[in-house]
Design a binder for this molecule. Structure first.
Ligand code: PFF
Length: 448
């Protein structure tokens, strides 16, 4: 018997735990900054609603119907409907994507750990904008420091995943998620007091269509996948531990809502601080680490607050990273009979090695590039902009054109009207939108 979540809250909490992570707190604000603000936010929100929500339902549905890891699950589902056994390739693609993401994700989670340790030592007190900038630059140019924290984070991930669904994943999520949400709200409140919230809101929400470029659209769509953990089987793996009676639509809705709310709150908070201190919104991946420490350094009780904050961001990253390896680990465990502990160590080891390459691209190997991008950016762009949307596209195709409709309808358990809506969006909007964005990127469409 496979283990299952104790109840639907645990599933929702775990799926939200997977979705809410560095993508919301680190990546969303910096991508909004580098992609011109409101236009990016608008396209991102559209993608979340039109592609993210229906695909979240699709992916959970695939997992729960299959009751197997993504590789065996795709094979089983295809067989159930008389489809090709090749569909299991989609499961393998997801496994590879998860490992690739974990490699660079862990490097950034390592930055969070370093900043947490600086916070405890009162390192932000009286920090100026210039100092914050230099400290970050100095830090990422030190490969040994990056290596230390990256390795620590991989070990943390391996330890939780090795313990399995209920004792490892559930326990971690139950405590960390609600606390993070509360902390973020307090920080938001503080940024209302000390930051420039009105400029932050203008930057994020006053739609400026002139800034919508093909690459911003691709980035926004890719980010919608990344932030919701869609397209690589993580949600499918979690769905496979879900009991039959739980409503997939409701769970999906709340997860998507929570993820989006947290990203927007993080963005508003960070930009309020950016504008109040005349910082650069387009600072790139260092944005979080160059802005918040300055604010923490000025606020009363900032040392304590900063410590708790970075610890919680680390927890958010942790609950996401465990889902990144779950497809690979469950496959090694269930299909190759590898004990969970060993499977986790193997997957963690591969991600660790790739992560070393990623972290060296900030220093020793900064001149090694592919298409003009360093290893860190290659891993990020390849997974976020290509592999995740491609995985999502194939899942939609599978659910609509390969699976028997009666199975889909039965598993989703929606009333007729909602089912029709889901089917229409998944059949027409999802594949068309993803394909258009891809073609546009390749320069085959003249939308500029
Ligand atoms: N959704 C996570 C975040 O926003 O940080 C990252 C992630 C986790 C992506 C799991 C993909 C995934 F399967």
């Amino acid at each position: 018997m496979r283990s299952h979540w104790t109840n639907r809250w645990m599933f929702m909490m775990a799926t939200a735990g997977s979705a809410v992570g560095l993508g919301n707190i680190w990546k969303f604000p910096y991508m909004t900054g580098t992609n011109g603000g409101s236009a990016f936010v608008l396209v991102y929100l559209l993608c979340v609603a039109m592609i993210g929500l229906p695909l979240m339902m699709t992916e959970i549905m695939l997992g729960r119907r299959a009751q197997r890891n993504p590789v065996a699950g795709m094979a089983w589902l295809a067989a159930e409907s008389g489809g090709s056994a090749w569909w299991k390739t989609l499961g393998f693609m997801g496994i590879a994507t998860g490992v690739l993401i974990l490699s660079f994700y862990s490097v950034v989670a390592g930055w969070v750990l370093e900043y947490g340790s600086r916070a405890v030592q009162g390192g932000f007190i009286g920090l100026t904008v210039e100092q914050a900038k230099h400290q970050f630059a100095d830090f990422v140019s030190n490969p040994l420091a990056l290596l230390f924290w990256h390795s620590l984070f991989i070990v943390m991930t391996v330890v939780v995943v090795a313990r399995g669904v209920t004792s490892g994943l559930e326990r971690a999520n139950k405590i960390m998620m609600p606390t993070l949400a509360a902390m973020l709200l307090i920080l938001f409140g503080y940024s209302l007091a000390i930051g420039d919230m009105s400029q932050s809101l203008t930057f994020m929400f006053s739609a400026d269509f002139s800034k919508i470029t093909p690459s911003a659209v691709l980035a926004a769509m890719g980010h919608a996948f990344f932030t919701l953990s869609l397209g690589m089987g993580a949600v499918m793996a979690y769905g496979s531990y879900l009991q039959r009676h739980v409503s997939i639509a409701r769970a999906s809705f709340y997860v998507v809502l929570a993820d989006t709310a947290i990203a927007l709150i993080a963005g508003m908070t960070i930009f309020a601080i950016v504008f109040a201190n005349q910082m650069e919104p387009a600072a790139g991946p260092g944005l979080l680490f160059q802005t918040l420490p300055v604010a923490f350094g000025q606020m009363p009780g900032g040392t304590l607050f900063a410590t708790v904050f970075f610890v919680l961001v680390c927890f958010a990253a942790w609950t996401s990273s465990i889902s990144l390896v779950e497809p690979a680990v469950s496959w090694l465990n269930e299909n190759l009979s590898m004990p969970r502990t060993r499977a986790t160590a193997v997957v963690g080891g591969v991600a660790w090695l790739l992560g070393v390459v990623a972290l060296l691209s900030f220093n020793e190997w900064s001149d090694v590039t592919l298409f003009g991008l360093g290893a860190f950016d290659v891993l990020d762009k390849l997974t976020t902009n290509i592999l995740l949307p491609l995985g999502g596209l194939l899942m939609a195709v599978f659910a609509i054109w390969v699976m028997r409709e009666t199975h889909v309808q039965e598993e989703l358990g929606l009333n007729n009207r909602h089912y029709r809506n889901w089917r229409w969006v998944t059949r027409y909007i999802v594949p068309t939108a993803i394909t258009l964005v891809f073609l546009n990127l390749m320069g085959w469409l003249p939308f500029v």
